[in-house]
Design a protein around this ligand. Sequence first.
Ligand code: NAD
Length: 278
Amino acid sequence: SKVPSITLNNGVEMPQLGYGVWQVPDDEAAQAVTTAIETGYRSIDTAAIYENEVGTGKAITASGVAREELFVTTKLWNNASETWTRDGVLREFDASLAKLGLDYVDLYLIHWPRAMRDDYVAIWKAFGELAQSGRAKAIGVSNFKEPQLRRIIDESGVVPAVNQVELHPQLAQPELRAFHAEHGIATEAWSPLGQGKGLLEVPTIVAIAQKYGKTAAQVVLRWHVQLGTIAIPKSVTPSRIAENFDVFGFELDAEDIAAIAALDEAKRLGPDPEDFDF
Ligand code: NAD
């Protein structure tokens, strides 16, 4: 495949560009994921809370692509105190596998740390059991900041393979990326296109796109590739699904990279993980 892969800290290979399905209704997910797989995507990012694991799994099973060539991520959501426990994690994981119709996932993530509750270490230890069982080929977290990362590493000895966080040119997360690099954690970018809102109209991005005869979305995704982040753009439009995958035939130069670096405003589109509970 022309998509480079990132070697995770346990040796598992993860495609650097994948397809995200947040906000895709379950009855549209099978079609969308089928289009993505036909386009060439091999990594799919879903979550229990997206309520589209059934449709996503149908497309995976029907694709005819060998399971070992696909990389499937899902995430733990737990909104009841009796399931935000070790046993609850194991049950929620089984429920996700059943909905997906799979006997393993490639990556299982804690969706949010709920840091204010101070109980994510026990959840992370249960993830360690899932990794041991082989039914999650890799385990990681999402929306963790440095203090929570330090704590799970210190208290479990298990370093997450991935931290999936909001990351795009207007929220480039340099300090967190440096911490990840120091600890062997791969950085995965959610909302890599800034949710397709203002970012794709920023004059700097538009000018670089014109320079290469590419679209703004392609420039932003190319920036992720060169930064070394794993990006999982979402679209349900076949032409955009294809456009977002076609980012390996050009290269941003040092001047472009510097111009994009100047766009970082540390501006979040989503919630600050510090305050987010559910
Ligand atoms: P994104 O940055 O991928 O933007 C998607 C939106 O951008 C689309 O809905 C569309 O409106 C627009 N778009 C897509 N391709 C385009 C193109 N080529 N040209 C113009 N506009 C285009 O945002 P996202 O969906 O928030 O994030 C991607 C994925 O990240 C999600 O689907 C999900 O899998 C994951 N995610 C995870 C978390 C988390 O908490 N872990 C949170 C949000 C998203």
